[in-house]
Ligand binder design. Structure first.
Ligand code: MG
Length: 407
């Protein structure tokens, strides 16, 4: 099984040679107007001599990305939604080439001026750009967990062939990577332990969970994120997707992955070694730290991320998750065990279910019920091609549109 531990170091050393030669590294930031894109640009602002922007892509909030083009002067600006892009009267610096349409993302990530691709497009839409970056052997700072959830086996295999280095931006996976010693020996690891904030509904009863409203689900206690991932945090589907992501990224079987609820979101995850030692990574909830680590790895540098204040009292709580109240998490472990096409189906079913929940068509607990039903009805393949993954993705979305609760 390929994983970031087995081939990460050689790929990392070629880039760090480049950093040591004081050459500024070129970034392609996919999903530049989202929260991860904005935090990435904060890190770039903090290291003007080490990084420069070659390409920015955005689907919406085009006025924001236009302002970013003036600030960072990339070679390419990709507007992935043709309708919004053509409706806009653009005012761009002369050197910035405007490219329109989702396929242009795959072209710009392959540009030879791009050293690192920050894959921060949300959801299934991020797959092709991330795949193209892996195919081109780039360093990929991966925020788009769906790529690994949908096609983890193929992506890790392809990365091993091309020498692409996938480094996690997801805070939990970055924490695990750091706690493992960023290149350590997986044989010495007994378990990895993903922490979960538990979301806003940790203490609700099953009856209260039935009546959760859209606006309540959109308020996350510790992280400020986009609507899709905020709903996923409330259902704990986000943690389910992270279990699947970890299974492929670290090449570790589902029985060696645990989830623990930790409401403070200060311990971002932990690794338990074979001798019983547990190493954790702590920091305030600030995505600029895992982003920066993925960009500067294997080095650490003083950067803009907020720091722990040890002059104040902190308390850290941990408790096992209640899989009966949060059945999405149970689905995540099942899918991590099943592998094959299960991840693509769960991801698509969940994206479509979250849309229906946000539109007021599904109730909160219907999200996991509907995902479980769609998953149970799909035609499973153990080693799917990318084509069959994409066709099952479309199938699962159609199934979800038709889903009705039986009762
Ligand atoms: Mg996360």
């Amino acid at each position: 099984m390929q994983n970031i531990m087995s081939h990460g170091m050689s790929a990392a050393s070629s880039l760090s040679d480049k950093s040591r030669s004081n050459k500024s590294l070129g970034l392609a930031i996919l999903g530049a107007s989202g929260s991860i894109g904005k935090s990435t640009l904060d890190v770039v602002r903090a290291f003007p001599d080490r990084f420069h922007v070659v390409a920015l892509s955005a689907h919406q909030r085009l006025e924001d990305v236009e302002a970013l083009a003036h600030e960072f002067r990339p070679a390419f600006l990709v507007a992935t939604c043709p309708d919004s892009a053509t409706a806009r009267a653009w005012n761009l610096p002369e050197q910035v080439e405007l490219l329109v349409g989702p396929d242009e993302v795959q072209r710009v990530v392959c540009d030879q001026r791009v050293d690192i691709v920050v894959a921060a497009i949300v959801g299934r839409a991020g797959l092709e750009g991330t795949w193209a970056a892996v195919d081109a052997g780039k360093r990929v700072a991966l925020a788009n967990k769906e790529t690994l959830v949908m096609a983890g086996q193929s992506v890790m295999q392809r990365a091993a062939e091309t020498g692409a280095l996938l480094l996690p931006i997801d805070s939990e996976h970055s924490a695990i990577f750091q706690a493992m010693g960023a290149g350590g020996d997986l044989d010495q690891v007994r378990n990895i332990i993903l922490t979960a904030s538990g979301g806003p509904f940790l203490r609700l009863t099953p009856a209260q969970l039935e009546d959760v409203t859209v606006s309540a689900a959109l308020r996350h206690p510790t992280w400020n994120m986009g609507p899709k991932i905020t709903i996923d945090s409330a259902t704990m589907m986000n943690k389910a997707l992270e279990v699947i992501e970890a299974r492929w990224l670290f090449g570790i079987t589902a029985d060696r992955i645990q989830v623990v609820v930790h409401p403070q979101s200060l311990v971002h995850s932990m690794v338990e070694f074979v001798d019983g030692a547990v190493l954790a990574q702590l920091s305030p909830p600030d995505m600029r730290l895992p982003i920066q680590f993925a960009l500067t790895y294997p080095e650490r540098s003083a950067g803009p991320a907020s720091r722990m204040d040890w002059t104040s009292p902190w308390s850290l709580q941990f408790e096992p998750p209640d899989l009966d109240r949060f059945p999405s998490l149970k689905l995540g472990f099942q899918v991590a065990r099943d592998g094959g096409t299960a991840g693509a189906v769960l991801n698509a079913a969940n994206e479509a279910a979250v849309e229906r929940f946000l539109a007021g068509e599904l109730r909160f607990l219907d999200i996991s019920r509907a995902c479980s039903d769609v998953l149970a009805h799909h035609t499973y393949e153990k080693t799917p091609t990318l084509t069959s993954i994409l066709s099952l993705d479309r199938w699962a979305r159609e199934e979800m549109k038709l889903w009705k609760r039986c009762s």
